[in-house]
Ligand binder design. Structure first.
Ligand code: ZN
Length: 197
């Protein structure tokens, strides 16, 4: 159907989150019907983003600048760092506009079963940032899972000796990739209701 190029395009599209073979075929058809208007601009945007975007060496965010726009924003609260599992959590929180401090992306959670050790996560950079004398509070916004709780406990033990206050967002908030589904009011309430870890 459509030749090997189209089949290859569909198989790549089908690997994207939220896409299956059927939606991939529909998307491919939509692109192919207007190549100049839809397909070539998309191809150019993919190449441009792939070349420009890098991981922020301070917080782990994805941005075309390193350090990222959040880390360098003068109007943000540089005394507070919110620790999240992934960049998706950071983007969801920031889009909600309820938090104005800095972030730190761990890149996952500790997992004995999954073989994820502290050195596999972006932990060393967090400890360095937390002990720089500027930071006063670390907010842990990790998933309400066993791994999330284990990671929060482990981090609290290492952060507290640095002289920072360690807090956790209200339990029951599905962090760790599920933030997108939450409305801004729920996010704001979870942040307000944070307790010392
Ligand atoms: Zn950053």
């Amino acid at each position: 159907m459509g030749g090997p190029e189209v089949e290859h395009l569909i198989s790549l599209l089908a690997r994207l989150p939220g896409m299956g073979p059927r939606s991939a075929r529909r998307a491919a058809l939509r692109l192919l019907r207007r190549p100049d208007e839809r397909m070539l601009p998309l191809a150019a945007a993919l190449v441009a983003a792939a070349n420009a975007v890098k991981t922020c060496s301070l917080c782990g965010n994805l941005d075309s600048n390193d350090p990222c726009a959040i880390c360098t924003a003068p109007n943000r609260d540089h005394t507070t760092i919110c620790v999240v599992e992934g960049v998706g959590d950071l983007w969801a929180l920031d889009r909600a506009g309820v938090y104005h401090g800095l972030y730190h992306v761990l890149g996952g959670t500790l997992s004995a079963l999954g073989g994820v050790r502290p050195e596999d996560l972006n932990v060393a950079a967090l400890l360095t940032r937390s002990g720089d004398g500027t930071v006063r509070e670390i907010i842990l916004a990790l998933g309400a899972t066993v791994e999330g709780a284990t990671t929060a406990h482990w981090l609290t033990d290492r952060l507290r000796p640095l002289g920072v206050t360690v807090t956790k967002v209200a339990q029951g908030v599905p962090m760790g990739g599920a933030l997108d589904a939450l409305d801004d009011g729920t996010l704001a309430a979870a942040l307000r209701a944070r307790r010392e870890s």
